[in-house]
Ligand binder design. Sequence first.
Ligand SMILES: [Zn+2]
Length: 280
Amino acid sequence: MKHWFIFLSVLSVLGWGNETFNGKSALIVLPLPAGKISVGDTNLSVVAHPRDRTKGIVIVPVDYYASEGDYNITWNAPGKNLPIDLNVRNAFYPSETLSVDPAKVTPPPEAMERIEQEKAEAEALYATFTPIRYWDEPFIRPMDSNITSVYGAKRTYNGTLKSYHGGVDFRARTPQPILAANNGVVVLAKERYYAGDTVIIDHGEGIYSCYFHLSRYNVKAGQYVRKGEVIGLTGATGRITGPHLHFGMMVHSRQTDPLYLIERINGLFEKESDATVASR
Ligand SMILES: [Zn+2]
């Protein structure tokens, strides 16, 4: 009987289809909190559903430059090897042109070593999978303010450098308190070349939140912080056009739309949400 239930649940997961967009994450609900999801040659751990620990979830971040189409991923758990469809569609991302300090577009040679070190340091942090979930409640936005630039905007800096916006910018003309998006452990709190004064929080299980361009921070690496705790004040440090908070999230080493991810995760806390989550 139990096996039939599991079988039917798997069919319903597959049948509803899982959809997401380039640059965003799919949140897939599985009937068991076991095994791994293989995406190409990457294996992502299935972790417990926050509201129903008999179920599993896996967050699959899709690259910003991924093409539209159906991706085959596989759920591997003891005695199981099941394909799951993931349909990736093209998101609409607006274009922006920005004027910043030329040294932040074409850095002076003496800054290159520092930039490379900071990049390597951040990549090593994001690649660290902490097998602990520090949070057990929905995530929050780090501040209540207007969004001045959305995640994913196609950007041209000073007419030359082309890039995309890896987070969301919140308006903050004067220093405003920044709140931790959820419980976690601060893994980085320092000044960086592009990001200025920076705080990065590890929420466990491959999820990190990032806060850039601060005027000050009042936490240090290794410190446990609670959701809603003030970790610093907004500012205008690093590569900026004006004072604001840049808020980003990383999942399994990939930049992902932070507000979309928060919406997906928080949806897990709503009753009867599983069908909705699986269908998004
Ligand atoms: Zn930004």
